[in-house]
Design a protein around this ligand. Sequence first.
Ligand code: GRF
Length: 185
Amino acid sequence: MVKKNACVFISGSGTNLKALIKSSRNYNFPINIKYIVSNTKKATGLRFARLYKIPYVLINLKNNLKTEQLFKELKKHNISIICLAGYMKVLKKKFIQRFKNKIINIHPSLLPKHKGLDTFNRVLKAKEKITGCTVHYVTDKLDSGKIILTKKINILPGDDNAKLKIKVQNQEYKAYSEAIYSIYR
Ligand code: GRF
């Protein structure tokens, strides 16, 4: 199978990036991760880029010149899909249009519920019984693009923010890879 080249955008611990790298080692998995973008050098997930020897760049896309440079880099690496994995910046319209239907994201709730930040606290405050994660296409409306796949978990008495995060993220690692399989099926 000819795999597509993917770029993963991160800002934090990169555990979803790690899960995607692991999946990509399977010869059936439709993508290879060829490039990693972070908006901050503080992203501890960059250690996976170093560990697996994947080229990465630190970039601040507020700057138009930087955006153009990134377009060139993505072209150079023949990137045909961008996976946002804990990327904490909102992408500019221009960027999203350039990669229309080629940018996907994972969000730690059952969208359209609980878009945006501080998701687990809001889920708990809303006394939800069920939550989960959603993989979706990225549009210029935050966390609102077409849903590709969701995975659910039950919220149990005693689940706090930290417990919920672990339970949801364990589902995320499976959901992201399954969503990518489903895109190329
Ligand atoms: C994940 O929970 C994802 O849903 C959200 O940000 C978190 C990123 O975690 N968008 P990690 O950087 O992949 O560990």
